[in-house]
Structure formats: C-alpha cells, structure tokens
Design a protein around this ligand. Structure first.
Ligand code: 5GP
Length: 246
C-alpha cells in the first residue's frame, strides 16, 4: 500500500504502521482472534475487513456527534488511517447489562439491567493480566490524572448513549464494551483503538442471541457468519459493495 511505513506495534488482532506524515498512523486489522489472555488463538478469513468496516462506521457516527477520536478514514478495507496517539494503558469498560466477568466475580444477576451503567477501568498490561484498577491506583501509578479520569468517564458515558441509540435502530443491544483512549500530539484526549464485535458485546434485540466474540470465547456457533451479519446490519449498502464485503 502507498505511503505505508514501518511496523510500530503488533497487537493480538491489529498492527500499527507509521505513515508518510509523522502525526498519522495506519491501523491494520488482521484476521486473528484470541481469547483467555491470548491463550486461545485462531484465524478467520475476512474478519479484519469486517471489523475495520464496523469500526470505521461507528467512529464516523461518534465524530458526527462531537466525540474526538483518532479515526481519519478507511484507506482500504482492513486499513484505517488514524491520528497518532500516545495510548493510555487503560481498558475502559462500560456495562449496560450484567454478564461476562462481572457476574463471575460479583453477585450480580445474569442479564441484570445496570442503570446507571457501570464503568470499570482495567490496567492494559499483559505481565499483570489486565487487573481491575481504582482511581487511587491509576493516579498513583501516573496512568492518568484525576481530571483526565473524569474526562474519560464523561466521554465514555456520551459514547454509550450515542452508540446504544444507533445500534438499537439496527436491532442490536449494546450490552457492554471496552474502549481505549490516548493523547494526540497536542495533548488532547481522543478515543483510539477499535469498536467491533471483538471489543463489544452485541445481542440481537429480539432473540438476545450473541453477535460478538463471546461465540469464540465459548466455542459456540459460526463466528464469521455472525461478524458478517453485524457488518451487514451496521454498514450501509454502498460501503459493503465498495469494499466487496457481500
Ligand atoms: P468482560 O470483563 O465481561 O470479559 O468484558 C467486558 C467487555 O469488555 C466485553 O465487551 C469485552 O469484549 C470487552 N473486553 C474486556 N477486556 C477486553 C480485552 O482485553 N480485549 C478485548 N478485545 N475486549 C475486552
């Protein structure tokens, strides 16, 4: 691809490359999928394309609603041109419905509505296995300041409102999701990373069927069929044809 530079960072399902201008990077979505702290791995042909299209659509909706993100545009399916960020090593998790690790670790009822939603911050750190943090630990470790934490919380709640409303119109319940933030070259906080069935729990509004990575985590169903279904529900016809997803 034109103007692609060196590999800066290789994640579990994405790679980040430098770009011709210093303030931008290219995020490449791979077909890899992992679960259980990277212990289970597989590859699904077309997953990278699907996730890049879903993610770019959701980033575009957020930008239209005045959320600052790192997203600039899709260069081709699977490759996103993004603003370079210094990532903050937090996994900011918002939960609208109790499930997953929350019901395993705490006495919440499965599928219990969480109003107001719960925001949980985990340390993005493989060595320590992403432990849950509290404000004092985050501030003392200098991961973020008190003011930055309030800003991140406020943006996360706003993102939840925007995406929950949009996804509802597509027949999807936004159960929970994980966000990652970073600071741009001017020091402003922006949403980074991706928003896809790898990082969110999506349930079918009518059947409550799982439409996300939980299928892989639990070893149930056909993961790619479901990712393609979400792509078809979220991405418009024109883009699906343009990027040959159908
Ligand atoms: P849980 O803590 O219940 O496993 O996950 C809560 C939500 O955050 C889910 O939507 C899940 O996909 C997302 N999430 C939490 N940790 C990670 C992670 O390390 N990687 C990814 N991709 N998503 C995560």
């Amino acid at each position: 691809m034109e103007n692609i530079g060196n590999l800066i960072y290789a994640g579990k399902a994405k790679d980040v490359y430098s770009y011709k201008t210093d303030d931008n990077v290219i995020i490449k979505f791979r077909d890899d999928i992992t679960a259980g702290d990277g212990e289970r791995k597989d590859t699904f042909k077309g997953k990278g394309k699907c996730n890049s299209l879903i993610s770019s659509k959701l980033f575009e909706i957020l930008e239209e609603n005045d959320i600052n993100t790192q997203y600039i545009k899709l260069l081709e399916s699977g490759s996103m041109l993004s603003k370079k960020l210094n990532m903050i090593p937090l996994e900011v998790i918002l939960r609208n419905i109790a499930t997953g690790s929350l019901t395993k670790r705490f006495p919440f009822k499965e599928k219990q509505d969480l109003k107001p939603p719960i925001i949980q911050m985990d340390f993005k750190n493989d060595e320590f296995h992403d432990p849950m943090l509290n404000d004092d630990i985050i501030i003392t470790l200098k991961i973020a300041t008190k003011d930055e934490l309030s800003e991140i919380r406020e943006i996360t709640l706003k993102i939840n409102e925007i995406l929950s409303e949009f996804l509802k119109t597509k027949g999807i319940i936004l159960v929970d999701f994980k966000l990652e933030f970073g600071k741009d070259l001017n020091g402003n906080i922006r949403l980074g990373d991706e928003i896809s069935p790898d990082t969110c729990r999506f349930w079918d509004i009518n059947t409550l069927d799982t439409l996300d990575k939980d299928l892989f985590r639990k070893g149930e169903g056909n993961v790619m069929d479901v990712y393609k279904k979400v792509c078809n529900l979220i991405v418009n016809e024109e883009d699906l044809n343009r990027w040959k997803i159908k």
